[in-house]
Design a protein around this ligand. Structure first.
Ligand code: ADP
Ligand code: XUL
Length: 531
């Protein structure tokens, strides 16, 4: 646990991030300074659940044990209890990995509102879920449901126009449809369906909490303009009863949901007036943490790699390659997003295969090797990729397919170049010409050599922010936003200008030119793979 000295007269705001591999938290004071960061790592701290990188993978079916997340919150709060801040926390918000779903049964909801403070949540909620293994964002097993959903509204473009995205395997509506069609007994036993983010708010409130509109846009079931569930889409995904299982329409960020549960007040010493705000998606919270100015683009290099932009009203056009999501603090605004499944875990796989499991060795090859400039292009879809929809590892020397690069270390440079070239090409298609700088976030943003390559490929300077985790910092800021009256998020941020973003690297524009000269070849090879 990292924490600085405290002034107990102060108010504090807690942000949580239930991401793929960890449950993280960031605590800030009134001036938005970080006073504490903490994390529970699922594989290490909760190894009894048997996850690898936080998940259980069975080919294209990818899940996480719902109870592992509950136990992670027990553990995190137990650690926080020992800090001097708990009684001075005024608001809590946060984020979850997007799309993952949680299935509460009737008894579970009753249990949730009657928890005994002498026992952990994990002990008391062990029979609370009608589905024990929550489908998560890495799942790619619902292609049939996706095509059916698109067909029901007249095709992929029509669905994108209505919900902000065409149908994606990981989006919650398609996951619900799979359970509705293939596991009706469990579906019928489900009283409420929530997301990973709203699991946290529910546990903190001691009752089922709604999703926010940003999270609703990751379901393929919410109208992206009205922020209401679309009844046609609900019916297609889960029959007439789905509306009731979702309980409420999505809510806007910054609207307090209620006070923290009496259980948590008694067990951990929270202030009974501490408020719980809506929880959002991890990408939305990362966007919030950066408080973007015009021309900013966030590149988050976490388990997934994502590219995020803030689109004001009128500037947003849904496409069938990117996502348009409701903005977590501006009800009129949008977040544009690209999401790659093969982010950090694919880089780790290559690091382990070609750089002896060492980031230092990996980094040496990033500096000392050339891949694309010497005709070597690779595509590394270690798991079923989202953009493009492809799986497998493909390598080309001078556009000819090869088994492996002769110099195996080229793979290290090739994977990172390839990941960033894909971003460059898609950002341009999204109309990203006005982007002036990249704000980097996520675990791999700790690596300056990866950021230098990002800067070179995109031809833009790269900045980084204080703190280890953008999403939980964003959550802490959302917690504070929920307590301020009559002020926009921008007003709140302007009152306490942050220490600012640190410039990490500037692009080598000669190298950028080289990358631009390979765009055509890269695109052609990628098309070949997808066919
Ligand atoms: P999550 O999606 O769970 O929020 P994080 O944003 O915490 O994930 O990122 C975790 C990933 O960060 C790890 O899988 C690891 O590969 C990557 N990472 C951590 N340190 C480095 C580093 N020095 N260089 C490259 N990648 C790193
Ligand atoms: C976004 C997505 C991932 C998860 C996990 O659509 O699927 O980025 O949010 O971080």
């Amino acid at each position: 646990m990292i924490h600085t000295t405290s002034n107990m007269a102060e108010n504090y705001y807690l942000g949580l991030d239930l991401s793929t591999q960890q449950l993280k938290c960031t605590l800030i004071n009134e001036n938005h300074d970080i006073v504490l960061e903490e994390a529970i790592n699922f594989d290490k701290d909760l190894s009894e659940f048997g996850t690898v990188h936080g998940a259980i993978v069975d080919d294209n079916v990818v899940t996480s044990p719902t109870l592992m997340w509950v136990k992670a919150l027990d553990l995190l709060l137990t650690r926080l209890k020992d800090s001097p801040y708990v009684g001075s926390i005024r608001g809590i918000s946060g984020a979850g990995q997007q799309h993952g779903s949680v299935y509460w049964n009737k008894e579970g909801l009753e249990q949730l509102s009657n928890l005994d403070p002498t026992k952990s949540m994990y002990e008391q909620l062990d029979n609370a879920f009608s589905i024990q293994q929550s489908p998560i964002w890495q799942d790619a097993s619902t292609t049939t449901e996706c095509r059916a959903l698109e067909k029901s509204v007249g095709g992929a473009e029509a669905l994108a126009k209505l919900t902000g995205s065409k149908a994606y395997e990981r989006f919650t509506g398609n996951q619900i449809a799979k359970i509705y069609h293939n596991n009706r007994k469990a579906y019928d036993e489900t009283a409420r369906i929530g997301l990973v983010s709203s699991l946290l708010s529910s546990l903190l409130l001691g009752k089922f909490g709604p999703v926010d509109a940003a999270e609703g846009s990751g379901t393929n079931m919410m109208d992206i303009n009205s922020h209401k569930w679309d009844s046609k889409l609900l019916k297609q995904c889960g029959g007439d009863e789905l509306q009731e299982k979702l309980a409420e329409e999505p809510v806007e960020g910054g609207e307090a949901l209620g006070k923290i549960s009496g259980y948590l007040v008694k067990r951990y010493g929270f202030n009974a007036n501490c408020r719980v705000m809506p929880f959002t998606g991890d990408n939305s919270a990362t966007l919030v943490s950066m408080n973007l100015s015009e021309g900013d683009c966030v590149v988050s290099l976490g388990t997934s790699d994502t590219v995020l932009v803030y689109l004001k009203k009128g500037a947003a056009e849904p496409t069938t390659e990117s996502h348009l999501m409701a903005h977590p603090t501006d009800p009129e605004g949008f977040m544009g997003m690209l999401c790659y499944k093969n982010g950090s875990l694919a880089r780790e796989y290559i690091r382990n295969s070609y750089a002896n499991g060492s980031w230092d060795e990996f980094n040496e090859y990033l500096i000392n090797k050339e891949a694309m400039a010497e005709g070597n292009i690779g595509f590394y879809y270690w798991m079923q990729e989202i953009i493009p929809f492809a799986k497998g590892i493909y390598r080309f020397e001078d556009s000819k397919a090869v088994e492996e690069f002769k110099d195996k270390t080229i793979n290290v440079k090739a994977i990172v170049e390839s990941q960033f070239m894909s971003m460059r090409i898609r950002l341009e298609r999204m109309g990203g010409n006005s982007i002036k700088r990249i704000l980097a976030s996520g675990g791999a943003a700790a690596n300056p050599n990866i950021l230098q390559l990002l800067s070179n490929v995109l031809g833009l300077p790269v900045y980084r922010q204080q703190g280890m985790n953008g999403a939980s910092l964003g959550g802490a800021l959302l917690a504070k936003f929920g307590t301020v009256k009559n002020a926009s998020f921008e007003d709140m941020m302007a009152q306490h200008p942050s220490a600012g973003l640190e410039l990490i690297c500037k692009p080598d524009l000669e190298k950028t030119k080289q990358y631009i000269s390979h765009v055509g070849q890269f695109t052609d090879l990628e098309k070949k793979i997808v066919q």
